[in-house]
Write a protein that binds this ligand. Structure first.
Ligand SMILES: NC(=O)c1ccc[n+]([C@@H]2O[C@H](COP(=O)([O-])OP(=O)(O)OC[C@H]3O[C@@H](n4cnc5c(N)ncnc54)[C@H](O)[C@@H]3O)[C@@H](O)[C@H]2O)c1
Length: 384
């Protein structure tokens, strides 16, 4: 069986995590690394023993012609880089969220379709051991029939958290509930429903967002609803990042690297306790530098490329996640229930600002802490 040749674009945290999984998987080989900056490029090239190192994506595509190009840069660069990789003939593995705009995601899907290439969006949690345990327990009937879902983020600013962490949570909810047909949402800043001036550019190049506290109700194809909570906490708390799946006879809980089962539908203090579900690493995975979920995601992509089909975390699935995220902003802005997929594909918050005669949202700091401090000042809290 042939090995797929992989090129990594963006060699810091996420590019390194992806590269380690591609390096470990027996059917993939990292053949080139690319970063604008020399230190991360050299560090990753040295770690994996990859000699082909580039600062320019097009030069890398021309010299190496990889089977798969991994776009692991800041989110605002995903569209342009993924487009160039597809035009250069590669399949694309792009970090989440797929893009900052639905028009961009649509254009990537159309281009991939035209060129006969595949897009995978790096929502590795959906195929990792803990989600596999949750999906397996659900399929085995351990909670009876599905009743509803409840997902929550890490306590980042709600709008930023939605684009950053919510993208994984929504994707995991879609894996259980099926596609999202409609949604409604409350987006509050400083305790009040957001106004158009609260539609701001997010930290980390995640595009326009609105609301410190976001609560959304999602309606799934399976006929159940789910609540997604992305509320700003005084401090980020990663333990709050979880998805609960509630059924007629029990509950399942997904957490990062963990899965739990409660054998009764409602928790009662003197009732049965939550039990850990055993996590089974994917066959062939060896604990080491690569994360199991990244490895499972790689394995799923390899199978898709072998069969000519789509991976579970496909470009279409990643685009649907972005439809949900932007649908939540549209619902929060309008106070109306939003049906998906939305026919209007431009950013709902940009349209909202423009309709109210506001100029484009100002440029903001890229780092989260600095950005949050600037947002607090905009809201009239602390300092000048
Ligand atoms: N899947 C996950 O669990 C997960 C977790 C965190 C972040 N992310 C996503 O991963 C992405 C990247 O995150 P990160 O923290 O690694 O980013 P980062 O900003 O730390 O690193 C990105 C690297 O890309 C390089 N780069 C930027 N433009 C480039 C270009 N045109 N050509 C070559 N290199 C270029 C930069 O020089 C930098 O070294 C973001 O989209 C983020 O949302 C995903």
């Amino acid at each position: 069986m042939r090995a797929y040749r992989i090129a990594i674009i963006g060699c810091r945290g996420r590019g390194t995590a992806a590269a380690r999984a591609y390096h470990q998987h027996p059917r993939t080989e990292v053949v080139a690394v690319c970063d604008l900056l020399a230190p991360p490029r050299q560090q990753l090239g040295d770690e994996l023993g990859v000699a082909a190192r580039f600062a320019d994506v097009d030069a890398m595509l021309a010299a190496v012609a990889p089977d798969v190009a991994v776009v692991a840069t800041g989110t605002e660069f995903h569209f342009d880089l993924a487009r160039r990789c597809l035009e250069g003939g590669a399949h694309v593995d792009v970090e989440k969220p797929i893009c900052t705009e639905l028009v961009e995601a649509d254009a990537l899907l159309a281009l991939a379709n035209q060129r006969g290439r595949r897009i995978a969006v790096h929502h590795q949690g959906r195929v990792g051991a803990s989600m596999r345990a949750v999906k397996g327990a659900l399929a085995a009937g351990r909670i009876g029939s599905l009743r509803y879902l409840h997902g929550s983020g890490k306590g980042y600013h709600g709008g930023y958290g939605l684009m950053n962490i919510g993208t994984h949570t929504v994707n995991n909810m879609l894996a259980v509930g099926g596609s999202c047909r409609a949604l409604s949402a409350s987006c509050l800043s400083d305790g009040h429903p957001v106004g158009p001036a609260d539609a701001i550019e997010a930290a980390g190049g995640m595009g326009l967002v609105a609301g410190e506290h976001i609560t959304a109700v999602l309606e799934f194809a399976a006929g159940v609803t789910g609540v997604l909570v992305e509320h700003r906490f005084p401090r980020v708390d990663s333990t709050a990042y979880q998805l609960e799946v509630l059924g007629t006879e029990g509950r399942l809980l997904w957490r990062l690297g963990q899965a739990w089962w409660l054998p009764v539908p409602h928790y009662v203090p003197d009732g049965p306790a939550w039990q850990p579900l055993p996590l089974e690493p994917l066959a062939g995975y060896v604990a080491g530098t690569a994360d199991e979920a990244d490895y499972a995601y790689t394995d799923d992509l390899v199978r898709a490329l072998d069969s000519g089909g789509d991976p579970e975390c496909s470009g279409a699935a990643g685009t649907h996640v972005l439809e949900v995220l932007h649908g939540i902003f549209a619902a929060g802005a309008s106070g109306q229930r939003v049906s998906l997929p939305q026919p209007e594909r431009t950013h709902p918050l940009r349209r909202w600002r423009a309709a109210q005669g506001l100029p484009p949202a100002p440029v903001v700091p890229r780092g989260y802490a600095e950005w949050l401090a600037a947002e607090d000042r905009r809201l009239g809290r602390g300092g000048a």
